[in-house]
Design a protein around this ligand. Structure first.
Ligand SMILES: Nc1ncnc2c1ncn2[C@@H]1O[C@H](COP(=O)(O)OP(=O)(O)OP(=O)(O)O)[C@@H](O)[C@H]1O
Ligand SMILES: [Mg+2]
Length: 212
């Protein structure tokens, strides 16, 4: 079972939007999806799933032992679980738990100085996760969101993140009305969007990892 955990230290970094579109892209690709809202304060994913009448279940599970509770609910019933997390400054234990059972961790961020500045804390969390998993870290990728087309900054930050040793998915999510106005609505054609391309690349990453 694939477990995609969407996390970032920073509030308002497109975690919920990314979790929503990634879950839909996976659903549209034929996978049986469960979406999990681990942000108990906002419950945005839970609300969005209900308002938007999503075609797969969304459950609330904002607990620091998610890695123990979720397998009992999801194992054998779903192909893929997508977890939306709270900003980890407030709820680090929940985010850590959501990353502990991940096959893939995605960190959405804008290619801007303020968001780049927060990446070391994400990296530290992944080091802690690897320790808790006896060195077996989940695949990790940064996803640039809220990008402006043709802005030079996107490629500059891609190189900076690469130099720091992290991978940035090739597709980037533009700063678009499609996403800023999406909350509470049904989501269609996610697989044909940049999020679909990002999911395909993300899962390919795993294939490459297995070959290596
Ligand atoms: N690609 C995008 N283009 C334009 N607006 C976007 C995009 N992605 C997200 N947004 C907007 O940015 C804001 C923050 O997004 P979102 O709620 O997904 O972030 P979050 O990381 O889940 O926030 P929180 O930490 O509060 O849970 C929202 O208003 C959302 O609509
Ligand atoms: Mg959110």
């Amino acid at each position: 079972m694939l477990v995609i955990t969407v996390l970032n230290l920073k509030g308002g970094s497109s975690k919920t939007t990314s979790a929503a579109f990634i879950a839909h892209a996976m659903h549209e690709s034929g996978l049986k999806v469960l979406a999990v809202d681990a942000d108990g304060e906002n419950e945005s994913l839970l609300q969005w799933g209900s308002l938007g009448e999503w075609p797969f279940p969304v459950i609330g599970m904002a607990v620091p032992n998610l890695h123990r509770q979720l397998p009992g609910i999801a194992n054998g019933k779903y192909d893929a679980v997508v977890i939306d997390t709270p900003p980890m400054k407030e709820q680090r234990s929940i985010v850590l738990s959501a990353a502990r059972l991940a096959t893939h961790v995605v960190c959405p961020m804008a290619p801007t100085p303020i968001e780049y500045n927060r990446l070391p804390a994400v990296r530290q969390l992944l080091v802690d996760v690897a320790d808790l998993r006896d060195g077996d870290a989940p695949a990790f990728a940064v996803l640039f969101t809220r990008t402006v087309s043709n802005a030079a900054s996107t490629e500059v930050y891609r190189e900076m993140v690469a130099e720091d040793g992290d991978y940035v998915l090739k597709p980037t999510i533009g700063r678009l009305e499609r996403y800023s106005q999406a909350f509470g609505m049904p989501i269609e054609n996610a697989l044909n969007s940049a999020y679909g391309d990002a999911v395909i690349e993300l899962l390919d990453l795993d294939v490459q990892k297995e070959i290596a």
